[in-house]
Design a protein around this ligand. Sequence first.
Ligand code: A2P
Length: 283
Amino acid sequence: MQKMTDCYQLNNGVRIPVVGFGTWQTPGGETAVSAVKEAIKAGYSHIDTAAFYGNEESVGQAVKESGAKREDLFITTKLWNSDHGYEATLKACAASLERLRLDYLDLYLIHWPNPLRFRDQFEKINAETWKAMEELYKSGKTKSIGISNYKPHHIGATLKNAEIVPMVNQIRLYPGFTQEDTVRRCKDEGILVQAYSPLGTGSMLEVKELRELAEKYHKTVAQICLRWSLQMGFLPLPKSVTPARIRENADIFDFELSAKDVQDLASMKNYGGAGFDPDTSSF
Ligand code: A2P
């Protein structure tokens, strides 16, 4: 991995740029439009959004205004919890495409495995939802399909009925929070792991262990976190609305962490909390 446009290969052969631009908590409107345009200018070709983020329209506008060619971009969005089930999934994808002003997605993810609304019948609804995802893939509405926030038992339940193995699982990952069981299961099944909140939603920035490494490598804490994510074999999705940080987060290809430092960061104390548990969340 030497530059932003280098790619991982998904289990269906599709190539996916090794760093994506995150947009969770980026408000729709001018903020999102200018952040995404800034990111494309800085060399990101991979943009990650979701129906739930409320900024798909702005991402679509930024993509158009950037002048980038569609085939040079990799665009992901996600199915929200209210839209699980076969028909609802097909409809939700069409609505996302319209908001994004796109003919096809590069990656469509089920955002959460176990929405509160369907919790008493998780396996059944999840299987129907995945069936629709397979349909969207076969019809070309999306070049690849995957899951997000799935733990091993959700992955197992999905695979029981699946015709197509998910290409990606997008989960919360940063130094000190490594979700080893889920990562191992994904590796065993050939599912690429994407890392959201690679800076612990900002909580890594003041961590002493990371500040020491930043000094040692003459890089910033954010860059250490992102480089660690890459060297763990993850695909980090850093979010920022600040032009200088957007550029800083792309400047992670001129150094390498030692194997020991990668390991030490993996086993470091978790300073960033654990996020939501998909089986007990209130949404
Ligand atoms: P902002 O968007 O205001 O620039 P994560 O990607 O883990 O969710 O972290 C996102 C948070 O980290 C946001 O609050 C973002 O702020 C901040 N952030 C992103 N990149 C950097 C950076 N290079 N240096 C400091 N803070 C950053």
